[in-house]
Design a protein around this ligand. Structure first.
Ligand code: AMP
Ligand code: MG
Length: 344
């Protein structure tokens, strides 16, 4: 198949992409978080195409994207008031809510759960495409399953050229990590995945938040969990990654002691001079956490190279958006962390 390349600036872009979605095709879409691989979320066969193109496990449900907050009524039922409160505060934006699903959404989309994940993205062209297609668009990150997420149209081309109907190029993604996911179907709101909307922001609006254990630790692949996708080793380059925690100086000393030719160092811009001769790659500036979230997946893709031995990674500390960056890096490292302060 020949993949059609559309620029978000082309006048006919939204209508062309929407027509492909309506006839059951696959279109990669920009959002403020990462590029998604979109299909009609109410069409079983179209949704099956997403799983096939990504090589995604069937028990990993998809997020449905809507053009306006009130559209959650078309796919959900028994919506709690907290969902409306969050929608008012953060939509359009990088927040996904898990809500009770209604009978219109196929099991293939929800992986058979009685809940569905819903988001209204902050990206005008993609909201136009959803509106013109007239259906919610199911869209997981557009990477091949298990690979780092796609934050540019070029990343999508690399993974899917010739295998999907179209790619809409809307430039690099602003946030760069996938949406925050909050489950509103239990007594207390539960954070399933951190992202651009921070735990602090959620607590400010909801007054309460439970952090799911999948956020902070590796989940066994056979475990039964609220968010099935969270047990898979996501966002991972091909070679082992270890996070080196601690002060700049102690971390640099540790890494320099262990570095072998063929290894790489994934660090902050400010640290580049400390890793002369160690083939460092900066993914953003430590003083600007948004640059770290925006740059992380492109850097992990660059490091997704079998000729690399080991990656030593530096991870920001603290809450806010740094919390999401930590989560993604820890997953890439399969929660393998050494503390340079404690290593002699
Ligand atoms: P991605 O494939 O990167 O878009 O990630 C989608 C994430 O949303 C996965 O981790 C899924 O497990 C999660 N998800 C989707 N639907 C649900 C749901 N109904 N309940 C809990 N998590 C969900
Ligand atoms: Mg993904």
């Amino acid at each position: 198949m020949q993949t059609l390349y559309l620029s978000a600036d082309d006048p006919g872009c939204a209508e062309t992409a929407a027509a492909i979605i309506r006839r059951g095709g696959l279109v990669a879409l920009p959002t403020e978080t990462v590029y998604g691989l979109g299909a009609n979320g109410l069409n079983e066969a179209a949704v099956a195409g997403i799983f096939e193109a990504k090589g995604r496990p069937q028990d990993n449900p998809l997020i449905l994207h809507i053009a306006a907050p009130e559209e959650m009524n078309t796919i959900c039922q028994n919506i709690p008031s907290s969902a409306y409160t969050l929608a008012k505060a953060f939509w359009p934006g990088p927040l996904t809510m898990v809500l009770p699903v209604n009978g219109l959404v196929p099991k293939r989309t929800t992986a058979g759960l009685d809940t569905v994940a819903v988001r209204c993205p902050d990206c005008a062209i993609t909201r136009d495409i959803i509106r013109l297609s007239g259906v919610p668009i199911a869209a997981p990150s557009a990477n091949l399953s298990g690979k780092p997420s796609t934050t540019t149209a070029e990343h999508v081309r690399h993974d899917h050229d010739g295998k999907i109907d179209a790619i809409v190029d809307g430039g690099p993604c602003r946030v760069g990590v996938e949406s925050t996911i909050v489950d509103l179907t239990e007594d207390r709101p539960r954070l399933l995945r951190p992202g651009g909307i921070t735990p602090e922001q959620l607590v400010e609006v909801l007054g309460d938040l439970v952090i799911d254990k999948a956020v902070t630790a590796q989940i066994d692949k056979d475990a039964v969990v609220r968010a099935p996708g969270m047990k898979y080793r996501h966002y991972a380059p091909q070679e082992p990654v270890v996070i080196v925690a601690g002060s700049r100086e102690k971390a640099a000393a540790y890494i320099r002691r262990h570095y072998a030719p063929g290894d790489r160092v994934l660090c902050f811009q400010e640290e580049l001079p400390l890793y002369d001769g160690c083939n460092p790659l900066a993914y953003g500036a430590e003083e600007d956490v948004n640059s770290l979230s925006a740059g992380l997946f492109a850097a992990l893709r660059e490091l997704d190279d079998p000729s690399i031995g080991q990656v030593y990674a530096r991870c920001p500390t603290g809450g806010g958006v740094a919390y999401a960056v930590q989560n993604r890096l820890k997953k890439a490292a399969a929660f393998h962390i050494v503390n340079a302060e404690e290593e002699a």
